[in-house]
Design a protein around this ligand. Sequence first.
Ligand code: COI
Length: 414
Amino acid sequence: MAPVALETPVHTNGASTPVSISKKAHAFDPATQQLPNIDPSKLTIKLNPELAAVPAPEKLTFGTIHTDHMLLLTFSPESGWSAPSIQPYGPMSIDPMASCIQYATNIFEGMKAYMGADGKPRLFRPDLNMARMKRSADKLALPPFDEQALLKLIKKLVLIEKRWIPTAPGCSLYIRPTMFGTRTGFGVTPSTHATLLVILSPSGPYFPGVVRPISLYAESRVRRAWPGGTGGFKLALNYAPTLGPTRDAAKMGYDQILWLFGEDDHLGEVGQMNAFVVLKQDDGSLEVVTPPLDGTILPGVTRHSVLDLTRAHSAESPIPGLPTDLVLHVVERDIPIAELIKYSETGKLAEVFGVGTAAVLVPINRIGYGEEGKEIKIEGGANGFGPIAKAVREELMAIQEARRPNAWSVPCEE
Ligand code: COI
């Protein structure tokens, strides 16, 4: 199936780019093929008369409260994308027959806003989120949209909600763009109608309490994703089936699941994060490994950034905190669980960590496997962080919080 394409990708002069819907992708009336796209110039803003109190940063947990406003757009095959609206946060009514309720046509993104020392809110590599959201929408045959127009509106919302951006270390304003199908009916066909909303949540650490290492149970009986499946897309339906197995792992004393796949039970994701492993080599160098994007792995923005930073590590562009002559071999390849066990048994498993937008980077200190209480133990430094995890996390956060100037950190401006 040909991908759903916009005629031109970016707004150049504020004029709306029409949405072009291929007949193959959507069984819509062909008359609907040139529909209004998202148009930031049509934005209406209705401010909330009752602003909530912003909580103290030390009280913040992950994703439990929301800000005062949300961005809302709807799509219909008759009128395309509606004029965007920033309005008071509040409940929405939804038809019980809606596609999202009946057939899980829901996609989302996770982004974060940080406050720069210059008082400008900043987003981290937001183009990558927009591109991924476009791919997720196409996967579920949800309507296409102009990513740059949506990004412009997200920046506007963040500016309006600026007072909610926590400045304490490790805190941020989590941004949740969400789209869902609202076509009513039980026919299993693309949702002709959709709602796109963006909500914000001031957030502290993803895992409750102080920053600490987490434990995993290596699950080989249940699979999260498989080649040709949906694991490489950010669809809500990828998360629901992990909840039962994660509850069961918690009963065994583990924080999250290490998802495995294939006859060799190679590593997939770590709970909702991308996995990284650091292996000691005989010549003193380190191999930094993450599973390849084979369709079972979410192309995470943090994963992409960790690969970029570690690949660039050298005397010319060192990651602060790491020896400049440390050689890192950065590789995307399968890691069978048996290989991890072997490296651990020979004392060469240096570090394991998970990375993602919500958690940034979390070290792993033990991995249970099999049914006999066997465990891989991973030594960490202070708070369980090995040297690579510590240096990479600090560098990422310095860029995200705009303490270190970097083009990845994109200011929100009018
Ligand atoms: C993220 O890291 O942003 C995620 O999407 C993980 C989770 C909150 C679903």
